[in-house]
Design a protein around this ligand. Structure first.
Ligand code: ATP
Ligand code: MG
Length: 398
């Protein structure tokens, strides 16, 4: 099905000029080329696409020959071209065939037609092409209708598609929390049946999807859906149990606060992954400190807070992902422990220049910003520290 310019209201002026340029160069060389996937979906939804993927009949080596030094070929299992324009990178992939019926994907470089290519994609709303020369949307999978009906639906048989690549289940919840679209009943049913398959996926890919979601501005809804679908308990059992407890809502409150800040902050001041991941763990730490110390009328010293944070990071993250990146976990460790310096249990704030010079200190203050957004009583200490950090920053730059 082809939808012409008169059928839709995609504003061509909105589309990245360099993406159009790449498509034009491929067309001039005699290949076919389209925008595909997330960017077409976002343009139809009137959202600004994060990035632009291009699908073409040109093979990776042919793309390389055309774009020379602007282009690098990546991936072994799934060969792709990355084309660089300034600081932007465009992903250019060759139409592929295969995969649709088989179980697990081994060979992924079997070239195909545009139609075969979209049949391998995950959800109908991600399976549209846009042809900038005729300004038309090309739909082989019913994605147009699903976007307008606000429905998320697997391309093909959902059970087969989830078994082939279980990460698609996480992607489904990612799109569902981001768009608010309803999940088609067959797709939902397959998801609920197959949650435990997620354990067959590569931990690195799963972790990447989770971290991306923390950065998305929709993390609170996403974690709620991951819990309710029954996926979270397979991936992060300790966190899943905590979220279901009486204190679980504190995690959602911090995530909601972080989401609000992420939407508001300028690009170069976005919260880091370590700050965002701290939102998952801080309420667990608070509860543990309450349980082990405060209830016994004791106050932990800083070393004890450090030990407990380390223990929780192990229990929640590292036990779940043995390859959890060391740098990330040590940043989280610092941010969590530091909260007890920023808002000491004794109520007595102390600071010295050494503290302000620590590289991650600003991130600890950023996390206090998240806490203060969730509980306004913390605004005063946040403003105080934030003022101090800005002052220290000012001196550094002089
Ligand atoms: P985002 O806006 O978050 O980038 P996206 O849809 O562009 O969303 P990407 O991960 O950038 O997501 O993937 C680009 C496209 O590649 C998707 O729109 C989809 O067509 C296809 N795709 C990505 N991952 C898979 C997968 N696991 N299985 C099938 N198709 C996939
Ligand atoms: Mg994308």
């Amino acid at each position: 099905m082809i939808y012409h310019a008169t059928d839709h209201d995609i504003d061509a002026a909105q589309i990245d000029k360099d993406a159009i340029n790449i498509i034009q160069r491929l067309l001039d060389a005699g290949f076919s080329a389209y925008l595909v996937g997330g960017s077409v979906r976002d343009l139809l939804l009137k959202r600004v696409p994060k990035d632009y993927d291009i699908s073409t009949s040109a093979r990776p080596e042919q793309v390389k020959e055309l774009f020379r030094r602007q282009c690098i070929l990546i991936g072994r299992r799934f060969r792709l071209a990355h084309i660089r324009y300034g600081h932007k990178i465009f992903e250019v992939s060759t139409f592929r065939a295969g995969e649709n019926e088989g179980d697990l994907i081994v060979q992924d470089n079997l070239w195909g037609t545009p139609e075969e290519d979209v049949l391998r994609r995950d959800f109908t709303i991600n399976g549209l092409f846009y042809d900038p020369t005729s300004h038309s949307v090309i739909d082989y999978v019913g994605g147009w209708e699903d976007i307008h009906k606000k429905v998320l639906k697997s391309i093909g048989n959902p059970s087969i598609r989830f078994r082939q690549d279980p990460v698609r289940m996480i992607r489904l919840l990612r799109f569902s929390s981001r768009t608010g679209f309803a999940i088609d009943p067959d797709t939902k049913e397959a998801l609920l049946q197959l949650t435990q398959e997620i354990l067959k996926s590569s931990p690195a890919r799963i972790l990447e999807e989770m971290l991306k979601m923390l950065e998305s501005g929709h993390s609170s809804g996403f974690f709620r859906e991951m819990l309710h679908a029954g996926i979270l308990k397979h991936l992060f059992p300790t966190l899943a149990t905590f979220l279901q407890s009486r204190h679980g809502k504190e995690v959602y409150q911090l995530l909601t606060a972080a989401d609000a800040l992420m939407k508001k902050m300028p690009h170069d001041r976005k919260l880091t992954r370590a700050v965002l991941a701290s939102a998952l763990l801080f309420p667990i730490l608070e509860k543990e400190i309450d349980f082990q110390f405060l209830r016994k009328n004791a106050v932990p010293n800083f070393g004890q807070v450090m030990d407990l944070s380390g223990h929780i990071i192990h229990g929640v993250l590292i036990n779940a992902f043995s390859h959890f990146p060391r740098k990330l976990s040590s940043e989280i460790h610092y941010i969590l422990s530091m909260q007890y310096r920023l808002t000491p249990l004794s109520g007595k704030r102390t600071h010295g220049p050494r503290l302000l010079r620590q590289a991650d200190f600003i991130h600890a203050v950023d996390f206090l910003h998240v806490r203060a957004t969730a509980s306004p009583v913390l605004s005063e200490p946040y403003e105080w520290w934030s003022h101090l950090v800005r002052g220290a920053d000012h001196h550094k730059h002089r």
